[in-house]
Design a protein around this ligand. Sequence first.
Ligand code: FAD
Length: 302
Amino acid sequence: MSHLSVATRQGEKGPNVSFEFFPPKNETMDERLWECVRRLEPMAPHFVSVTYGAGGSTRERTHDTVKRIVTDTRLTPAAHLTCVGAPREEVLQTAEDYYEAGVRHIVALRGDAPQDEDYDKPEGRYTNVVDLVSDLRAHRPDLGKVFEISVACYPEPHPDSRGWEQDLAHLKRKQEAGADRAITQFFFEPEVYFEFVDKARAAGITMPLVPGIMLQPNFNGLKKFAKMCGASLPDWLHKLYEGLDDDADTRDLITANVAAELCHKLADGGVEQFHFYTLNRANLALSTCHLLGLKPATAEAA
Ligand code: FAD
């Protein structure tokens, strides 16, 4: 690993970071989220995003969290919005509600297909995120112009992938529909990201492809998630967590170091933006930022 911090090598400003949170389910989780928000706020992220449960299951909680970020912090929120199987009007109304609440950035996602019977009759419902991105741009041109739109992308094949050619064509359609950037699914080998970027650029995808960096210290949880979303976990990662099932502190230290080392390698290849999947844990995101040399913004500078 280079001894120069990413921030030092990238000049005064350092890398551009963003953080993902999930909406809390209960009071304890609410406290943890807001502690995380408060502790990460001084890192002056480009934006912070809040996930949205499949089928709109966290609609209220996501909305409340994003709204509170607008009213109670100096952060710029991005609201995730999944669409598959949901009525078009309902999804666009949710986007308008976000706009009214002061939100100007949507992370537009297809989401996982619902298993209920309505999904077989998608009339008036979304089947595809490209349509959502187009609608966000066209449905209310006044809103369409002001929304910043991020989408997801996959450096390793998503379980629904129909092959690289189709994946890249699909990502390009998201760009053509109006996406401003794509955030990647997590990965652990820098080559996975760089090879994906090369393929995407060759396919005419020009938007920023921001690496999503996972901060999950529960390796058993990570294994389950990786299996579901098609991400691979290298052997060296398995070995690092071996024997640590009952040692959360050591797993935390390893997680932050693995994330920081990955970011350093990505920065060596020219990456200047990182999106952290924080899982609402301040200590991991903060220590990773510090390992990258990012310093909290001072009150005067903020
Ligand atoms: P897409 O990119 O549209 O499709 C997923 C895969 O299917 C890709 O491989 C794509 O190429 C292929 N595909 C789909 N349609 C076509 C087509 N017409 N032609 C060719 N190939 C096609 N889930 C949540 O429930 N809530 C969240 O808040 C959330 N946030 C996320 C944030 C990020 C940054 C990422 C990476 C994922 C997130 N997810 C979230 C997970 C996501 O919802 C799932 O991965 C879902 O299965 C796919 O949604 P998508 O928008 O990425 O789909």
